[in-house]
Design a protein. Sequence first.
Length: 309
Amino acid sequence: LKTFDYSSPWKGQQQMYKLDIGWPKIPEYFTGQTFCVAVDSVHGLVYVGQRGDNVPKVLVFSEEGYFLYSWNNTVEMPHGIFVLNTETDSSVWITDVGTGKYGHTVKQYSPSGKLMQILGTPGNAGSSLIPLQFDQPAEIFVEESGDIYVVDGDGGMNNRLLKLSNDYKEIWLTGTNGTGIGQFKIPHSVTLDPFGRVWVADRDNKRIQVFDKVTGEWLGCWSSCFSEDGPYSVRFTANYKYLIVAQLNINRLAVLVAPPVGSIGNCVMVNAVQLADETKPHLVDVDMKSGAVYVAEIGAQQVQKYVPL
């Protein structure tokens, strides 16, 4: 049983990322708990979702770190955030886990904060029986085609992965609460690779599970990298060679090798970024142009930017 393997490959290896200490220019704009971050690499924008009383829930920065504007309308408790760029426009998707009149929803906004679409029934925690009835939806990923992937539940009744069409109809749904294959305990983050695979951070089961994006079929899982702490987020690097995974309780970003087409095998950690104690990295996003990694830290109450070396 190898719990502590000090010869693991990333120990003593050169770091792959360094902190950009100049981002943002004025950290005082973070006035709440920063739960999520999303990069619009087409327009060079970074969206941050934060929580707190009388704080703006969404802050928008330039990729250089300048604060641009904020908005607050109809957002209660942001959990996950995602930017979709199409040829004609861009939109910002937010999962809201609030318990008030806006909560338990997945919402689409214009970049300036105009509410465009609500999925779910605001204020009503759902049951797993109804596809569009969410209970603390954790994160969303939207393809350019408009197909939507939602991991639903950050600790609520639902523990599932849901695929919706661009007109918000269920294509497939998988997952119940449990530890078995294809079951979840707090599916917390979701992303796609170029090979038609959906990657889910199954947080409290301390594993990543992988599914076929067309059929929803289970393709495999990674658990050996997460004995110390479960995966909180899952994002690919810009070249899709690695996965960046936040581990909140040990204040670490793990860099894992992304498998090519075919079997996902088992996970291999090639590098790690150790953050300061009590930083608590919650969710991350990657700038698919520059490769920069943005980390939303609920302990430090800030977003930090790491640039590839």
